[in-house]
Each structure stands twice: as C-alpha cells, then as structure tokens.
Write a protein that binds this ligand. Structure first.
Ligand SMILES: [Fe+2]
Length: 253
C-alpha cells in the first residue's frame, strides 16, 4: 500500500516533535519503509501563545533545514506543509490562509481532550469556510468526549468535517467501531501517525499494514467478517473514496 501521512511533527526543532534534522530523517526513513510517500508536517499552532507571523516564519526556517538535510535522498517521502491548529475563538480574527495544507484544501483542528463544548462545531465551520477549506478533526480517537453523537455534530448540511485517526487508534476496538460507524454514515476519514520522535511516538503506519495482513488471514468463508478488525480492514480495503490514506486529495473531494 502507498500512504499519505496527514499528521506528523516531523519538522526539526519546531515544536515538541523531532528534536533535530537527524531525528527527522530517521522518522522519514521509517515512514518510507512503511509505505508512506507523502508526509504532511503539521506543527502545533496555539493562538493564545503564538502569532501567525511568528509561527509561519519558524515553520519556514525548520522546513528549509529539513529540505537541506534531505538533499540527494530520493528514498524519503515528500514533505508538505500543514498545521495542527488548537481550536479557540480568537482564530476567527486571524489570517490563517497560510495554515491551509499545501496542495490540499483542508485545515486541521485539534480540540481539548477532556471536554466538549458546542462552540467547537460552529467555530470549526466558520473558520474553515473563510478559506474555502474542509476541516479535518485531528486524532479523533484521542478525545474523551468523542462518540457517534458528538462526531455527527461536526457534520451538518453546511459543514463536512474529515476525521483523522491516529494509527494507534487501530488498537482500540471502541475507536474501530466508531470509525466504522462514521464510515457507514458517509463521513470521510484519513489516517496519520502523529509521530513526534523515534521512541514512544514513532511512525506507526505499520499498524495499518498489519491490519491488511490480518484481513487476508481472517476474511474468508468462515464468516469472520463480523470481527471488528477484519470488518474495518475490509472496509478500509474497499472504500478508498470514503476512508483513504492513499495518494493525495486529488479526485477525492
Ligand atoms: Fe499532533
């Protein structure tokens, strides 16, 4: 399989991700071996402690450092710029145009882990509409408040949020069930590693590869399709238009 990683902290010295360019190269090398061909660098943007201008300048500098380190390496994935924007009300007053993903009309938002508030949905919708962008909810599998009901609040007639699952979410049966539920109700989902380093938060697209391997073993005449992992693997394997991690957004929006 060929994948796009929609969520990473691969830029050296940018945030709490790669501590230097060597670590970035190690992470990219691991992603390449897992089948990833494009990686979106999505550093954290916190409007309460950073300005857009300073964020963009820092991101540009770290990106240049990485591109210099990658020179001559044809074995590594392409790195494109994006951002992981912490939702807050003041975002509505800022110019976030440069935080739209490079080459894809999407913006990625993260939310407080422990508490859901109703304004998240209206602000997500309003902010992304300002840039004609589709919002992506970062790592939906990490929120304490996420369930089928709250997830649906992000998808109305006016707004269609994409849901990004961290590959580690594939280890949680409850999250796989929710992923399926979203898939069946027409919500589009993408995957990402949210990798920060080469240790405790390393690139883990191999979890998706393992799932496909399991599918080959489990799917068959024995009716094991109802097993959650086999079912989601089947859904993933046959639903590139709704749950996808391959290629780019071209033709999928
Ligand atoms: Fe992240």
């Amino acid at each position: 399989m060929i994948y796009t990683d929609f969520h990473s902290h691969i830029l050296p010295r940018m945030d709490d991700g790669a501590k230097d360019a060597d670590t970035s190269l190690g992470m990219l090398s691991a992603l390449a071996s897992q089948g990833v061909r494009t990686v979106y660098a999505t550093p954290h943007f916190y409007a309460d402690s950073d300005s857009v201008e300073s964020f963009i300048a820092r991101r540009e500098q770290c990106y240049k450092e990485l591109l210099t380190a990658m020179e001559g390496r044809t074995d590594l994935p392409e790195v494109r710029l994006g951002a992981e924007i912490m939702i807050c009300k003041q975002l509505i007053n800022l110019d976030l145009s440069q935080l739209v993903f490079d080459g894809a009309p999407v913006m990625m938002f993260e939310y407080p882990v422990s508490k859901f508030e109703s304004w998240y949905t209206t602000y997500t919708e309003r902010i992304s509409a300002n840039y004609s962008a589709i919002p992506i909810m970062a790592h939906f599998d990490r929120y304490d408040w996420i369930n089928a009901k709250t997830a649906r609040l992000f998808n109305s007639n006016k707004s269609h949020t994409y849901f990004q699952m961290n590959c580690e979410g594939l280890e949680d049966k409850k999250m796989i069930k929710l992923l399926l539920d979203l898939y069946e109700s027409g919500v589009r989902c993408v995957f990402g590693t949210d990798c920060h380093n080469l240790a405790d938060r390393k690139p883990d697209f191999d979890k998706l590869n393992e799932l496909f391997e399991k599918e080959k073993i489990k799917l068959g005449p024995l009716g094991l399709q109802s097993a959650p992992t086999a079912y989601i693997a089947n859904a993933l394997a046959h639903s590139e238009k709704k749950i996808f991690s391959a290629n780019s957004f071209n033709g999928l929006i």
